[in-house]
Design a protein around this ligand. Sequence first.
Ligand code: KIV
Ligand code: ZN
Length: 560
Amino acid sequence: MKQASKQYIPFQPLQWPNRQWPNKTITKAPIWCSVDLRDGNQALVTPMQLEEKLLMFKTLVDIGFKEIEVGFPSASETEYEILRTLIEGYHIPDDVTIQVLVQARPELIKKTFEAVKGAKNVIVHFYNSTSTLQRKVVFKEDMPGIIKIAVEGAKLIRQLTEEAIASSGMNIRYEYSPESFTGTEIDFAIEICESVMETLGATNENPIILNLPSTVEMSTPNTYADQIEYFCTKMKNREAAIISIHPHNDRGTGVAAAELALLGGADRIEGTLFGNGERTGNLDIVTVALNMYTQGVDPELDFSNILAVKKIYEACTKMKVPERQPYAGELAFTAFSGSHQDAIRKGYEYMAESDTPYWEVPYLPINPADLSREYEPVIRINSQSGKGGAAFVLQHAVGYRLPKEMHPEFGNIVKAASDAFGDELKEEQIVDLFNREYVEFDGKYKLASHSFLEQRELDGTTHTRFEGKIDVCGDMKEVAGVGNGPIDSFFQALAGIGVEGYEFVNYHEHAISRGSDAKGICYIELKIPGNGHIFGVGIDSNINVAALLGILCAINRAEK
Ligand code: KIV
Ligand code: ZN
């Protein structure tokens, strides 16, 4: 790469030592305005067709947007026709305001007013570029010339608005954007906005929306917050304006810029679902809204079925939401790392055991279920996963609660299988692996029949006698043994056919089904002759039998 300092002019931040925003937090939802159908749509390789625009519009309404920029009707016949269909087809609910964009040019403004005829609530959004660079390179105009363009546009808009209100009773509001605001000298931005406000007659009762776009994101997000706070503090007649922000995402910090600009005093946000928009996109409204939600602030937008919204978005825009997109990405609730998986499992256990009203699961800033996302795929198992992850999946899938001591053994089996498979293992594969390795393990010894006899002596001691048949590689052997309980007597019986040297270490059991045919699962840990430990698993409606099956399973696995 070339030497940066010889090629790029660093952004000159505003001097604003009085800034108050760093000490603030977001405590309420802003006014949201979706620009999916305009800024988002103009950035698509194939712009949305009528049906897609209608579906997207309905989706935005269902999410709860009350202000929706529907297009740039003076820019193309298609945009004009779509707007007419929205209005004439009665697709716009009474509590929703449609917004239309237009440049501050007389012929375009007139066409825009024709396009919105008959709509109940409209925001006429007009703009002209104000930045130093645009003035120099594109418009070749000085500051007064740029103010004149805005004021002339405002005069015509006011006149046409008053006529439309008088003739049709439409409710029309104004929005003005000094386009490329972030690259505009801030006092000049204030001056042009104040001139527009005065021309339009903005009042506290009828405020104008002043939209201060980060048309191009030019610096760190704190600089945008400074610009917004400075603007709000220095402008005249602050109460007669709704301060709106419109951050683009050129540096990848559109969401951060929006959040800090809210702290800086903005009242309203323009953005798109999943951040679609020109170049690197607009601000992602889903992320900003759900970030608020995770801080206990009601965003007043409904993303409770985020995957349905994503599906419609992808179908309409032909864009793909990236896998790691916050909240909506396919992998947003997936942890591959073992320590993360362990912590998530403990978090879910804590949520089940405690009666905390709060969401307290490490590594998951939001409850996936709040977005109608399943927590089943929360944990996926690959070769990077730890010992607890596979146990968690098993517990969730089939209710087996492996003792902690068994996690490493099964974790290693899963890891080896994942390495061999070369990919992550799905839940069904993990259950299948467990069944093959333990429950259905086909080894040398099989329990063919059994009976227990419990005897209590006069001195209070008890003995258990085990009698049964064990199939040893197809050869049926009668066995018997006496011990101080079923497990001990079984070990004595096994010694009779030469199975010796195993030491019983531990035993865990729990029910896995309910009712009269309830079954229990038993996890047995044995010390192997020589050294090392091994586990076996048995399932039966009789828990004593489940234990014998578990012992044979462990021995079979040791002798395979
Ligand atoms: O990014 C921008 O500045 C715009 C304006 C038209 C508001 O989209
Ligand atoms: Zn934009």
